[in-house]
Structures are given as C-alpha cells and as structure tokens.
Write a protein that binds this ligand. Structure first.
Ligand code: MN3
Length: 383
C-alpha cells in the first residue's frame, strides 16, 4: 500500500487528493492544515494518519481536544510540517500548502529522499534553482500536480530523449478576460472571487484574476522541464479542455485533454505511472463544442508580464515578485487596496529591491521578506 503524507489537506487540492487516495486504497500517514482545525480533525478521524499538523499554533489545544482518544500525534508550525516532510517511511509527499510556507518542507523532503507530488507553486517560483539542483543530487522525483504541468509531463511520456522545441501553456484567462485597465479600477475581492466557494483557495483565485497564476506557472514550467523562457508560449484557452501541450523538433504538437477536474492530475501524480479509473467524468468533445485559442493581454495584466520578466532576469527576482504578490493579495482580500494596485506593487517591488544570486534557502527567505516589507511600507506611505 502506497504511503502518502499530505501537507495542506483541508484545501481544495488536499480534499480532492483524499478522495483519490480513498478510491485507490492509498495509506494516508499524515495530514496538515493552516488554521482549519475542525476540518483537519474530521479528516484525521476518517483517515487515521499517524500524525497531524496544525500550522497556526494557537489552534493546537483545540485540535488536541477534538482528537482526544485518537492515537494520533499532534504537531504544530513549520517544525511540524518539516517533520512530516522528512519522514522516510512515506513513499510520497503531496505538498499542497499555499504560499512560501511550502518551500522549506519541499527542501526537507528532498533531503530525506522522498518523492514529491508538488502543488505548491511558490516552491518552484521562489526556490526553483535550489529545489531542482537538490532534487537532481538526491535523485528525488517531483511530480507536477498543477493541471498544466501535469499535462506537459504526460505529453513527455515516451519522449524522454526528444528535445522540447516549445511548450504551450494554456490559461483560462480568469474572470476579467477581455477587460481593459479602465474597466478594472473598481473591481473588488468579491468580484474576483467569482465562485461563492468555501473560505479557501482565495489566494489562487485572485492570482487567476490578475493572471499572476499563469506567470507563476510559467516560472514553474521553466524549472520543471528545464526550458528557456523563450520556449514557453502562453495561450488563452477559455474552455480549459486542452491542459497544455508540447511541440517537438519535428513540429508535431502533443497535447493533453480532459474535463477541467484537478482529480485527474492529482491522481496521475499519486499513482504514476499507472492509469486507473478516476472519480470524475469522461470528456465529450462534441459537448465541448468550439475550442478557442487567443493571445494574452500583457498590458492589462501586468502581473503576468512581471513574472515573465522576473524569470528572464533570474536570480532572486522571481522570489521578490512572488513575495510582493502574496503580500499585496492579502491586502486586496481585506479590501485594503484596489485590484490594479496588486500589479503596481509587484512592479515597484521589482524595480526597488536589489536583485542578487541564490546561494541558499536564507537568500530566498530574505528576498521574500524584503518584498513583503516593501509592499507594506508602500501601502502605508501611499495612504
Ligand atoms: Mn494551473
């Protein structure tokens, strides 16, 4: 029985991963949540992991109460995440926490030689150079969970020795596709969070609205598949049926299609290389109708152009962009800044914070906190 530890189990990826794990009898060894203590306790009672971790330590007592009587070790904070990530008894770690918090656990898992199903974008955006180098040294496999990168990974099966000429990274375009800056001045967090969802997935939903999400995925793609930025083309595809594609030297393009359901890429990462029935529905192309492909609007969605510029320049700049964005999105979610300010803050952080080389984790962490501090200061001074 494959042993899986899940960081970020109460989030959207985490809950869908549990559904996949249940269907295929995978053994869940560990679960973690940021602050959703009740949901975490519920999952723990159902899946009986060896340990659970609540990131926000002030919820630890509540978690202990909720799980009294269960034989489950209770961990907290970054230390807890890292303990789970380094546990050599696991076959695979699913890292689906949101934000920079995910980077250190990824590095710990690599250090322990544990393969990773990676859904945490910031891991590769901020720390790509370091993460990929260490993964190669330790011969650790990183299986992409994000649908676009999973698509490319699937297209490459059987093509390990063939050079990629170009990667076609598809983007849904987000809720504001087709709009210009003037129309976006007064959009609120509520508009951007168009799905009346749970209280989660907010960060990524805003990133989808600004297209920063695609910018982050662009950077991830560069690291995962060892590409030059010029080899990656972003194509807006509103229907989200083609999840991305690869063009080879002979101009043959191989793409991966399916219904837009994250359970397919999650399952591929967890069961690789096996393909089994997935708890979703099959794709009917005739029901899809017309599939469209368009160029993104880089002038309106400056987060996208900033992220691409950052990885072209390299060094710490992607970490600066990521940190500034995370901080700005948090302000936007509290209705404390306007939508277009997210991109403006990212751009000024890029221009103001000195770039440098990445030598170790500390460098990344420092660039990240500099970017966040810059955003906080700028908002304070501009008000
Ligand atoms: Mn994606």
């Amino acid at each position: 029985m494959k042993k899986v530890a899940i960081l970020g189990s109460t989030g959207s990826i985490g809950t869908q991963a549990l559904e996949v794990a249940e269907k295929h009898n995978l053994k869940i060894t560990a679960l973690s949540a940021y602050s959703q203590v009740e949901k975490l306790a519920e999952q723990a009672k159902k899946y009986k992991p060896n340990c659970v971790c609540i990131y926000q330590e002030n919820y630890a007592d509540k978690l202990k109460n909720l799980l009294s009587g269960e034989k489950i070790e209770i961990l907290t904070g970054m230390q807890g995440l890292c303990q789970i990530a380094s546990d050599k008894n696991n076959d695979i770690l699913l890292n689906s926490v949101v934000g920079m918090v995910g980077l250190l656990p990824t590095l710990k898992a690599i250090d322990s030689g544990i393969d990773i199903a990676l859904a945490n974008k910031e891991t590769l955006v901020a720390g790509g150079a370091l993460v990929m180098k260490q993964a190669r040294e330790k011969n650790v496999k990183i299986y992409p969970v994000d649908s676009e990168h999973s698509a490319v990974f699937q297209c490459l099966q059987g093509n390990e020795n063939n050079k990629i000429r170009k990667m076609i990274l598809t983007a849904s375009g987000g809720p504001f596709f087709g709009k210009k800056k003037a129309e976006l001045v007064n959009v609120t967090a509520k508009d951007a969070l168009k799905h009346p969802n749970w209280n989660m997935g907010n960060k990524i939903t805003i990133d989808s609205a600004t297209l920063m999400n695609k910018g982050l995925e662009f950077i991830e793609a560069k690291w995962l598949f060892d590409l030059e930025p010029d080899q990656i083309e972003i194509v807006v595809h509103r229907q989200s049926i083609l999840h991305s594609a690869v063009e080879f030297e002979d101009f043959a393009v191989i793409g991966q299609m399916g219904v837009p359901d994250m359970k397919i890429p999650i399952q591929y990462a967890l069961l690789y290389p096996e393909r089994k029935s997935c708890p979703t529905k099959p794709l009917s192309l005739t029901d899809c109708g017309i599939l469209s492909f368009e160029k993104p609007d880089y002038e309106t969605f400056v987060c996208l152009s900033s992220a691409i510029q950052a990885i072209k320049t390299g060094g710490l700049l992607p970490a600066i962009v990521n940190g500034a964005n995370e901080e700005a999105v948090a302000y936007f979610l509290r209705d404390e800044i306007k939508f277009l300010q997210i991109g403006e803050l990212v751009q000024s952080a890029m221009q103001s914070i000195p770039n440098g080389e990445i030598h170790d984790y500390e460098d990344i962490l420092q660039a990240d906190s500099q970017a966040r501090a810059f955003v906080r200061e700028k908002i304070k001074n501009d008000c």
